[in-house]
Design a protein around this ligand. Structure first.
Ligand code: PGA
Length: 249
């Protein structure tokens, strides 16, 4: 399988004009022609700034952390896929567990957001993952399949255009990474589910996320069904992010 790996930095609600400039400049300098796709996802208010900082280079693409499930209208605080597209956004994280938890996003919302992103030519990075309790109850497979199934149900005809990110909730920001074997096992489940939906399933990149860092990235990225990473904390430190990109190349 010769698809390029994808390393996406999810900055979450971090950064400032000054900090973003320092970080992006270090990344641009450190990445000439990476052998994998690289994306940074700043908070929405900084998309225009980061778009400008990335102008004139092709190594790093721009991503958003969310996209509205609506096209336009009375949805205070939302940004539509078309608006994101106006600022050169090529990827959008959809259904991150923090949004499912704090913003009440359901599987159905996530599926609609994926549809909006795809319609605008933005690649959705669809997040799935179980909580610690769900894992302990043996529900991991059931949960991730349910989450992905909603997205497949609504977007079946273009499901090979998405990126999936498996992010066990218990591993996010906790320093507890899934072992390569635990992650690979879930990735294989997701791959099989995609295979049942499309004959292009091998094209779909399935990222791992959850405390991936400069030390553990290489081993995770060696697993047959791990096609990249969605990086939170370590994406805010240029040397760490660059090390992860190098591990993917
Ligand atoms: P983390 O976050 O790398 O800080 O665990 C990953 C994510 O939530 O996307």
């Amino acid at each position: 399988m010769s698809k390029k790996k994808l390393i996406a930095g999810n900055w979450k609600m971090n950064g400032s004009l000054a900090a973003n400039q320092t970080l992006v400049q270090a990344l641009v300098q450190g990445l000439r022609e990476p052998d994998c796709d690289v994306v940074v996802c700043p908070p929405a208010v900084y998309l225009q700034q980061v778009q400008q900082l990335l102008a004139g280079q092709t190594a790093i693409g721009l991503g958003a952390q969310d996209v509205s499930q609506h096209d336009n209208g009375a949805f205070t605080g939302d940004a539509s896929a078309a608006m994101l597209k106006d600022f050169g956004v090529r990827y959008a994280i959809v259904g991150h567990s923090e949004r499912r938890q704090h913003q009440g996003e359901t599987d159905v919302h996530v599926a609609i957001k994926v549809k909006r992103a795809l319609a605008a030519g933005i690649t959705p990075i669809v997040c799935v993952g179980e909580t610690l309790r769900e894992r302990e109850e043996g529900m991991t497979e059931f949960i991730v399949k349910r989450q992905l199934s909603a997205v497949i149900h609504l977007n079946g005809h273009c499901i090979s255009e998405i990126v999936v990110a498996y992010e066990p909730v218990w591993a996010i920001g906790t320093g507890k990474t899934a072992t390569p074997e635990q992650a690979q096992a879930v990735h294989a489940v997701l791959r099989a589910q995609l295979k049942a939906a499309t004959d292009q399933a091998d094209r779909v990149r399935i990222l791992y996320g959850g405390s991936m860092n400069a030390t553990n990235a290489a081993e995770l990225l060696r697993q047959p069904d791990i096609d990249g990473g969605l990086i939170g904390g370590a994406a805010l430190k240029a040397p760490d992010f660059l090390t992860i990109v190098a591990a993917a190349a």
